[in-house]
Design a protein around this ligand. Structure first.
Ligand code: ADP
Ligand code: ZN
Ligand code: ZN
Length: 732
């Protein structure tokens, strides 16, 4: 047999596919082959009887790498689809389908030695065969008799190696290798939790979704409407029919919460997949899905590639979230991938959100997704009341601080009443920059076009792009002055200010700096939900998903921070963020309030967000998109040129732009916009950045995209990386 093998070479810019000889392999299997006299890993992507090359010269596959077929035929189809759609190398796309450490054989199942009694004799009989003074041996036998098989490492510690060896020699105990499961979040137990009986609108949602098992749905349910319960009920039904499910949440920080609810309901049939797990955990969880031990995969976006067969449902919570679009190689759109898999499997696809992406809601209005509305909170609990505070008035009244008088008062009230509050500011660190008051010098990262943020805890300046850190300046490097002004307040400083206002109140902070380890998210959230602190300060990490019944006040400190980006997505993102944050308030019996501080109090985005009026916002914004031909009425494509040699980037950019301009001349109606420019973020991690921005009319995308890919493939300069992003979420 001849096998086409895709060779896994990270250095190569294009896929390398070669024919090898062999017998008895499956397509999709990982194999070791000889490539340029080196043993190299690869994946079989085709089996055929003839090769186009001289067969006598073909080498033979050295050996299989796994004792299972790593990539199923359907996943290979998905791979082909993704490569065509996003212009990926197959080797890169395939990498998404297996745990990273399987490559290079860096991870295996964990085997340990276990000791057990080798006879069925009664304890008395065994003890009688041992010398009365062999206390350790007698204790060990008794222990094994009572406790059953036990890990050798534990026996060695407690009873000593010599006792064990002696018993082995006598044939009384024996050792065997067992596979130990590495379980993520093993402290999150499967305990039976009470199910809620569904409300009428939950019931309606479940029935609608289950009425067509291969349908596509958008569940638009306000914050606190009980969407999770809908997901869980659907999963329960699908799993009971012998099918499998994938449940996606947008962020790693939200997985423990979802995992808890799933384990409570479905026990060990749940497997967790995300990049924050240890390599052993990830491998074991992946394998449990692969071999059918687990039927439910939960995780962040990479879990969409869960090695499941016979899928009955794919559910994507907070479907609008930007993290579902991978913006580095391999780039892909999780919702589109889920759509493809659902179609392959005849499975249902359920997207859920309180603030659906404009594209999804538009698709629903067009009838491409079936829309299900849950407009009310559980128990008819009202949505929180939002007060907009005009910070320009506050400044005019002489309050230069970050807290308005209203917010201070509401905070004091909430604390007084024994409730909890959340303060949201999407800027971490202490303050956003350090500037010389004499000459205006601002500290920037050496490698990135980014001003450095002041961090007080370790007293450093940090680049929020690459993470590099620097000494705090004591003198201006330009004019030697020692007087500095600091930029806008970040979360660290907010905590400091709150501590000053309320010295007796305990405050927690959740942002990228306080959540460096895998467990830290969970620890902060649990401490807050146990009431160990009355105030939680955080970035967008605190915005989503969390359900804290005692929170009655949410303060949004800088509501327009993300509003004034030039990006066409800025308003949509701001609306989503504010609605989500506001939705954390008043989820239980007490009515919630939200204080929204802004310098542009009349902006329509904030007005709609304050009323939590998604449909109103949608109707307004979709008209703007249509009038200006932005997505979903067109598709944005960005070609990004990065490299350490600035001139090479420019030359490549100019040449490719000319080639695309040619395409435009031939297809004038397809191109609604075409221009080349420096990126707003001019340099990052030593790499200069340039871009071509293209807007394509919706009906010509499929025709034009391959031509653009071809232009990019004709790249001439090795020092320049060219990457193409469809519907980029971030245009920096
Ligand atoms: P959403 O994801 O829509 O914001 P959640 O799923 O977090 O809302 O649900 C909000 C709260 O309502 C949770 O505390 C949940 O336990 C509770 N809840 C959900 N469904 C019911 C129900 N049928 N009866 C009572 N409480 C419910
Ligand atoms: Zn200076
Ligand atoms: Zn940097």
């Amino acid at each position: 047999m001849i096998y086409s093998v895709i060779v896994d070479l990270s250095a190569s810019e294009v896929d390398r596919i070669f024919d090898y000889k062999g017998e008895g392999y499956d397509v999709g299997a990982r194999v070791l082959v000889d490539f340029r006299n080196r043993p190299t890993e690869g994946v079989i992507i085709e089996a055929k009887s003839r090769s186009d090359y001289d067969e006598s010269k073909l080498k033979t596959i050295i050996r299989p790498l796994d004792d299972f077929v790593a990539i199923s035929p359907r996943m290979l189809q998905l791979c082909d689809h993704m490569c065509a759609q996003y212009h990926l190398r197959r080797a890169d796309a395939l990498r998404l389908f297996i745990p990273a450490e399987m490559r290079g054989n860096r991870i295996k199942s964990l085997c340990k030695q276990q000791i057990c009694l080798a006879t069925n004799d009664s304890l008395d009989v065994i003890l009688n065969s041992l010398k009365p003074n062999a206390t350790m041996q007698r204790d060990l036998v008794t222990f094994l008799y009572l406790n059953g098989a036990t890990l050798a490492e534990k026996i060695n510690v407690e009873f000593g190696n010599s006792a064990l060896r002696a018993l082995k020699q006598k044939g009384i105990v024996s050792a065997q290798d067992v596979v130990i499961r590495r379980m993520p979040y093993s402290d999150i137990r499967s305990s039976a939790a009470g199910k809620h009986s569904l409300t009428a609108s939950q019931q309606n949602a479940v029935e609608t979704v289950l009425s067509d098992r291969s349908g596509r749905y958008l569940l638009h349910g306000v914050t606190g409407s009980g969407k999770t319960e809908v997901y869980l009920t659907i999963i329960e039904k699908i799993v009971a029919e012998g099918k499998t499910c994938i449940m996606l949440v947008p962020e790693i920080s939200l997985t423990p919460n979802m995992l808890r609810q799933l384990r409570q309901r479905f026990g060990d049939t749940v497997a967790l997949l995300h990049s924050g797990l240890s390599s052993g955990e990830r491998y074991d969880e992946w394998l449990r899905l692969k071999n059918g031990e687990a039927q439910i995969a939960v995780g962040a976006r990479s879990a969409v590639f869960a090695p499941l067969e016979n899928i009955g449902a794919i559910i994507i919570d907070e479907e609008h979230d930007g993290s579902y679009i991978s913006d580095f190689n391999p780039r892909y759109n999780t919702v589109e991938v889920a759509e493809f898999r659902a179609k392959q499997e005849g499975a249902l696809l359920l997207l859920g959100s309180a603030t659906p992406s404009l594209g999804s809601y538009y698709a629903a209005r067009q009838g491409k997704l079936r829309l299900i509305e849950m407009p009310e909170r559980i128990n008819k609990q009202p949505l929180p009341e939002v007060e907009i505070v005009d910070m320009t008035l506050e400044t005019r009244r002489g309050n230069k601080g970050i807290f308005s008088e209203v917010l201070k008062q509401r905070l004091a009230d909430a604390i007084q009443a024994g409730n909890q509050a959340m303060l949201f500011l999407n800027r971490r660190g202490y303050s956003s920059f350090m500037m010389c008051t004499r000459c205006g010098y601002v500290a920037k990262c050496e490698d990135c076009d980014i001003t450095l943020t002041v961090h007080r805890e370790d007293n450093r300046l940090k680049c929020h792009y690459c993470g590099k850190s620097y000494y705090i300046l004591d003198k201006c490097p330009v004019c030697k002055s020692d007087s500095f002004r600091q930029g806008r307040i970040g979360t660290q400083q907010v905590v400091e200010l709150v501590n000053k206002m309320f010295p007796d109140v305990k405050v927690l902070r959740m942002d990228a700096d306080t959540t460096q380890t895998k467990e830290s998210h969970g620890k902060i959230l649990e401490a807050f939900s146990r009431g160990e602190a009355q105030i939680l300060v955080g970035t967008q990490m605190i915005a989503k998903g969390h359900d804290f019944p005692k929170v009655t006040l949410v303060g949004i400190l800088d509501g327009d921070q993300s509003l004034h980006h030039e990006d066409y997505l800025a308003t949509e993102r701001t609306f989503q963020l504010i609605t989500q944050v506001a939705g954390r308030s008043g989820r239980d019996k007490d009515v919630g309030t939200v204080v929204l501080q802004t310098y542009t109090p009349t902006h329509y985005c904030l007005r709609f967000a304050a009323r939590q009026d998604y449909v109103g916002f949608y109707n307004y914004e979709i008209n703007i998109r249509q009038a200006s031909a932005f997505p979903p009425f067109s598709e944005i494509v960005r070609i990004l040129y990065t490299g350490e040699k600035e001139q090479d980037c420019i030359d490549e950019l100019v040449e490719q732009n000319a080639a695309i301009a040619n395409l435009k001349t031939n297809e004038p109606t397809a191109f609604l916009y075409l221009d080349k420019m420096r990126c707003p973020l001019k340099r990052a991690e030593k790499q200069y950045r340039f871009q071509i921005l293209i807007k394509l009319s919706k009906d010509s995308v499929d025709r034009i995209i391959p031509q653009i890919y071809a232009v990019c493939d004709a790249k001439k300069r090795r020092s320049v990386q060219v990457s193409i992003e469809r519907d980029p979420q971030n245009l920096s």
